[in-house]
Design a protein around this ligand. Structure first.
Ligand SMILES: *Cc1c(COP(=O)(O)O)cnc(C)c1O
Length: 452
């Protein structure tokens, strides 16, 4: 034991001290005692020199109280350049979606109330007509996420029967989602066909038996197969599916409502083209490229969607009013594609020209320099994330910080709001494609505070 540690005051001495009077007046007794204990414990554990006077103790106890009040889930700044970062909450919502959430959260709503009939309505109607309009689907159903959508669809069409899927599509999407495990938990038997790199139409056809419940296509999402590869697209599966009266279930994963070819993002079908290709049921996430809240969107024929709605699992996967409000407002923006691209943050971030990011970067560099923080503007490369366009890279621009990269990284993560960046070539970097102009001041403040 060191002398300093022996010198720590007791809880009751600090609690009764004059210096803590102001805190005593505004803090519930039990919380103050807890904060004093935690402050003392930190000195004991870290072996740090305790404060020399009462007011320094008071400020440490106050910091401890603030730390304790901090929300676990709170805003953060995404300086990683990964636009859809699952760990950082995926899609930021568009302003109209935020307004819609606030409006329904504040009071009562028409969640399950039919104002025309004056009686019970259905929560499943809210986004359905917009989804029909935007995708051409006959009907639509919204559940908690795309994983739930897949479970619900397979459980509805193929319970106790086989789903035929290519070995090349038995993918893992994030640590907790493996297609083969999801299929089995849905009460469906997996019938894997083909080889990892090549699957042919004949592989599917030979696997079809009276036991088959569905043909399943899953977007590979987070990796690309190249070289000696072959896969069977949905149109090629349609004749066999028709002949045997089988549904084709297509998990699009990220899913698009608008083509993004002009941004250099090619090769992914929109929901509309996926349905036109002949899939019976198409599903996609709400909070990936669509840019809305976490949700799973299921599109299909009226009888199929009705069967899914009637499945008891639909109740277990049902979405709340805030999700529906945010999704409906986001979908409404897509009625005007130009508006969608401007207002939906994910699309706006994907679309910002590198030259515009560079101009912002230069401005932030200058402002930081004025406040004594030296950075350099460097070329960077942003990615889409969340399993969409896995190999695509968007030209971007980053601020690179001088000095110890690990220290910058830790200091900015510890700030309020936390700033998450990346270390590239030994330098800490903040990629500005994912820091829209609207949050620049938060970022600059966070950086300056981290230095202090
Ligand atoms: C991301 C993804 C999912 C899971 O979507 P959540 O909405 O996160 O549940 C399912 N399938 C594919 C192909 C995906 O890319």
């Amino acid at each position: 034991m060191t002398d300093e540690r022996r010198a720590l005051p007791s809880v009751s001495a600090l609690l009764g001290s004059d210096a803590l009077q102001a805190l005593r007046d505004v803090t519930p007794h039990a919380r103050l005692v807890e904060a004093i204990r935690a402050t003392l414990a930190r000195h004991r554990e870290d072996g740090t020199t305790p404060p020399a006077d009462g007011s320094a103790w008071a400020s440490q106890v106050q910091q401890m109280l603030q730390l304790d009040e901090r929300r676990s889930l709170r805003p953060a700044i995404n300086g990683t350049g990964v636009v859809l970062h699952t760990n950082l909450g995926r899609a930021p919502l568009a302003a109209p979606a935020i307004a819609a959430v606030t409006a329904v959260a504040q009071g009562y709503s028409t969640l399950e109330y039919d104002v025309d009939a004056g009686g019970r309505g259905s929560r499943y109607l809210h986004c359905a007509s917009l989804l029909r309009e935007l995708t051409g689907a006959e009907d639509a159903l919204v559940v908690n996420n795309c994983a739930a959508a897949l479970v619900l669809a397979l459980n509805t069409v193929s319970l106790d029967r086989e789903a035929v899927i290519s070995r090349g599509e038995l993918v893992e999407i994030g640590g907790s989602f493996r297609v083969h495990e999801i299929i089995e938990r849905a009460g469906v038997r997996l019938r894997a066909v083909g080889a990892t790199n090549r699957t042919h139409l004949g592989d599917y056809v030979r696997a079809i038996s009276p036991d088959t419940g569905a043909l399943l296509k899953v977007h590979r999402s987070n990796f690309a197969l190249s070289g000696f590869v072959a896969e069977v697209d949905v149109p090629s599966l349609v004749p066999a599916a028709r002949e045997h009266g089988l549904p084709i279930v297509h998990d699009l994963g990220s899913g698009l409502l608008l083509p993004l070819d002009d941004l250099g993002l090619r090769g992914e079908p929109t929901a509309r083209t996926a349905l036109r290709a002949g899939a019976s049921i198409v599903m996609m996430s709400g909070d990936k490229l669509l840019g809305g809240p976490q949700a799973g969107i299921i599109l299909g024929s009226a009888p199929r969607v009705a069967a899914m709605r009637a499945n008891p699992l639909a109740r277990a996967f049902r979405v709340d009013k805030m999700t529906l409000a945010a999704l409906e407002a986001t979908l409404a923006l897509y009625r005007d594609p130009e508006l969608a691209r401007r207002e939906i943050p994910v699309l706006a971030m994907l679309a910002e020209p590198a030259a515009s990011i560079a101009a912002r970067a230069e401005e932030y560099r200058r402002l930081l320099a004025l406040r004594g923080v030296d950075t350099e503007v460097v070329e960077s490369s942003a990615t889409i994330g969340a399993g969409a366009f896995p190999t695509a890279e968007l030209p971007s621009v980053a601020l690179a910080f001088l000095g110890d990269a690990e220290r910058w990284s830790a200091a900015l993560r510890a700030g309020e709001p936390p700033v998450v960046g990346r270390i590239v070539d030994g330098r800490f970097r903040i990629d500005l494609r994912t820091v829209p102009a609207g949050s620049a001041w938060l970022l600059l403040d966070a950086v300056v505070t981290a230095v202090d």
